[in-house]
Design a protein around this ligand. Sequence first.
Ligand code: BGC
Length: 898
Amino acid sequence: MKTITGHIILLLFAVTTRAAQPAIPAVQPVNLQCEQLSDPQGIDALHPRLSWQLSGDGQNIRQTAWQLLVASSPELLAKDKGDLWTTPRTPGDQCRMIVYAGRPLKSGMSCYWKVRLWTTSDAATPAAQRHSAGAWSFPARWSMGLLKAADWHARWIGYDRGFAWDSVSKFSRLSARYFRKEFATATPIKKATLYIAGLGHYLVSLNGHPIGDQVLAESPTDYTQSVKYNTFDVTDACLQGANAIGVTLGNGRFFTMRPKYKPQKIKEFGFPKLLLQLDLEDDKGHHRLVVSDSSWRFTADGPIRTNNEYDGEEYDATRAFPGWSSPGFDDSKWLLPEYTLSPGGRLSAQLDEPMKIMDRITPRTITQLTPQTYILDMGQNMAGWLQLKVKGSRGQTITLRYAETLQPNGDLYTANLRDARATDTYTLDGQGVEVWHPVFIFHGFRYVSVTGYPGTPELNDFEGQVVYDDLATIGRIETSDTLLNHILRNAWWGINANYKGMPIDCPQRNERMPWLGDRATGSLGESYLFDNENLYAKWLDDIEEAQKPDGALPDVAPAYWNYYSDNITWPGTYILIAQMLYQQFGDQQPIRRHYASMKKWLHYMSDKYERDGLMTKDKYGDWCVPPESPGLIHSRDSSRITGGELIATAYYYHLLGIMSGFATLLHEPDGFTAKAAVVRVAFNRKFLHAGGYSNNTVTADLLPLCFGMVPEKERAVVTKHLLEKVAQSGHISTGVIGTQWLMHGLTEFDRPDLAWQLATTKAYPGWGYMVEQGATTIWELWNGNTADPAMNSQNHVMLLGDLLTWCFRDLAGIAPAAPGFKTIRMQPVFPPGLDSLTASYETPYGWVKSHWQREQNTISWDVTVPPNTRALVFLPSGEKTSVGSGNYHFTLQTNKTI
Ligand code: BGC
């Protein structure tokens, strides 16, 4: 029985349960992955993890056994010879993260693999189930990178100073550097593999052909700690005879956007540098290396005159050198590079997905602002850049300025970019139609002002290229409520815009920093939209690399900004994300890998700041609560502000609980539970009073309720006060912290109607208010349209809180009951006001679907459970049923119209 509002009691019960599709499918292993990637190149996991899904939508499909073959050549694999690893037929339903345990893997090795399965389904006879294996899967592959430092024969090359036209000052201007090398091959090349680390960003071509479709590569790190390299199979691009490699280096985060400015705060790494190794194998198996060394040539006097992630890119096509990355180009006037110091970090393979141009959009409108200037509206706030197509005279310059919003006079509003100049220029070569986009920067924008375009620009002269990490969209929800649909769309756009090889806070102003607190529980909601497992696993490494020897963790990691403010809520994200990766993807590795560092940080915090069970240190409070007046950034009204010590202690307690779970999982001694008990007592002693906690902000009451800190006998009264408070205001009153627990919390406390109201109100403050004001992403502040421009980004994701998690787990009813959704908990709520919902989500095992529709007193609910999983289906009547894969239909009757 669920109380939806104070006076309506719903009685829902299942009247029918039937299998919708009894068809007999052929079950196949599909979507083979190694380290959660399809056919990755150059990995450095010595025991990579192999996964697959089972095809088919039949009833009760379950894997009963599996067998894997891994071979050193496709030919051997085709003959069913797994010379690297042949597993026996292994009973069991494990199809995720099978740890490779074959012959030792060596640098540069290519591995080809396939799997076959024994499965059971309603269709198979018991005898067939026991004996017959399915067909082998289609083959998949991976290759190994360079596993030891000694495998690298290349040396770092660069040039550690600027040129006359560069400026190494606050608004740095550093032109791109072009490196080239020719080489000849006498014998046919059987296999060519290119390994590259180009800092900050690189573009690489072989014989005039760009290698790969990644952009802004490689993934950013703290280069003094680790440097990622990428690997490409370039066999097809190599020619017998003369060849040439061309590499362009951009600045990225390596040559920072604001050098020689606040050196205590902003980390500098130096001038761009390159490490490249090309391994050529001929048909006799002989290897020859072409490596970055002092025999290369370079110039910085090329077309990219400057590239600065905040300020933009300038390209002068009159200075381009056609054919420079092909053999035969005259580089006699180019310079010799110098050997430079290594950046310091350990080289490791990039296992998070690279950034790519993920989408292309044509502007919606073009408006003439002045005789020379046009304003383009992309119709969507996005991150990436604008590509232009133009015909004009040599030497003419087009200026593109980017912004998220417009001023009332129709010109760009740039105050909220702070000092980011967000301007690209293109100087025409004058030969025919020219197509150009920047390559080493990105902007966060919806509007572009175009000045100096020759002739009259038209919409299809421009294309918005949306750049983010190559992560599949794995979750969708469409509901009968158009406002909620719009909010979800805004969330999707905001999240993708802020994936840049690390999760950043915003893509537009002079910040773009990987702030930990912004992703605390948000990362969980994001995982319902994007397959963000490897990205977040990489980010945990970034966080660990930023840990100080004493255990302190930063607020920003990689620590491009030196913020070690010692607080619980921002660095606590380290632990929350490890938990998320385990829950959502079933991945234990991050917990194993980071457990010691997490523990070290908690000890550091408790030694330094815990007093009598209370965590006394906080920094950000409930960041960005709706303030009392529209122009404010932070509230000054004490009745809106939740105490820092309360927040810190509650989070501390919560994190101790998670760590205790990790300890159990890893069979480690659990020192956390006892500590948590002490913290809980101290917390209640200090903050609990007759009517709830401290000054009874929603956050103050919500955190202890959600974290299980409230003494049993007080729970009802604290809950009552909290719900009354939310109901009275009818809108959101929480900031980044409270909002992380709000929607699911209200639903848990039997008030999904209140959660629904907050989610869909159009009034200030709320996500719906943003939509009403024309937002196409999520704002940094609830009052993001009126607050001081110093902090009113239109594209932050931290205020999403647990909204997405609530939509998927509570509205659609799709939650993991066992790590990685091996068992799925399906338990939707049906708040009044929502008439239908269609959700799909690709779990590691395949797609789960939930579609429900309300008609009068009846809710019909269709469910799809992926193969090799089970779902625990909870019906509102209290009934619970466990089902295997397949499609199911439930009809739920209510005793009144809802
Ligand atoms: C960032 C936030 C961040 C905060 C913490 C802001 O400037 O944009 O997202 O979490 O600072 O101080």
